[in-house]
Design a protein around this ligand. Structure first.
Ligand code: ZN
Length: 200
């Protein structure tokens, strides 16, 4: 993850609680082919899972920031300086090219989703950015990966017994708009793993 604020230094962990979408050519829904659905996405991350991750970061001795907005750009190129400054003026916290699409799909599939964003470097707004070498970024990536392993070990232990009280667990319950009898049989078959408990 790139950092858009001084306070998120390389090797820090951020658990975002919001997204802003700057992608434009990704398949980001299971729906739209004969079945219309609109899931709530005001809170795109599972707060319960985020709390578990936050605690796991502290157990692992990582510096963690809980909350923050992740701006997801299309990539694969990094931002221009003007874009980076624009995102900072919007109050964005971290920047990446992944996560948002899978968060959308996870919510539609009623899967709890959270992000452990590992800062590798400051984005190109930062005065030191041009001096950062690929070697340093790779070194931070490797260090972050080691921390992530400790965090995940702690997080798995912190997961509850499987009972979910969060909104993710029933995201589709009021989201399916098309009348069941109008949904094409093939779509019902293909989406059965996620809509099966609502539409037979
Ligand atoms: Zn959840």
């Amino acid at each position: 993850m790139g950092s858009l604020k001084e306070k998120y230094a390389p090797l820090h962990m951020v658990i975002p609680d919001q997204f802003v979408d700057r992608t434009f050519k990704r398949a980001s829904s299971f729906f739209g082919r004969g079945l219309v659905a609109h899931v709530a996405f005001a809170h795109p991350f599972c707060a319960d899972l985020g709390r578990v991750l936050g605690a796991a970061c502290r157990t692992a001795g990582a510096t963690v920031h809980e909350g923050g907005t992740y701006i997801c750009i299309e990539g694969p190129q990094f931002s221009t300086r003007a874009e980076s400054e624009l995102y900072r003026s919007w109050g964005m916290d971290v920047i990446g090219m992944t996560n948002l699409t899978e968060a959308r799909l996870a919510r539609e599939a009623e899967i709890c989703y959270s992000t452990l964003a590992m800062v590798t470097d400051y984005d190109c707004w930062h005065p030191d950015h041009d001096a950062v070498t690929a070697d340093e970024i790779i070194k931070n990536l490797v260090a972050n990966a080691a921390t992530a392993r400790s965090v995940l070990r702690a997080a798995v232990k912190g997961l509850a017994d499987g009972a979910r009280r969060c909104e993710c667990a029933s995201a589709l319950s009021h989201a399916l708009v098309t009348a069941p009898e109008l949904v094409p049989p093939q779509v019902k078959r293909e989406l059965a793993p996620i809509i099966g408990k609502y539409i037979k």
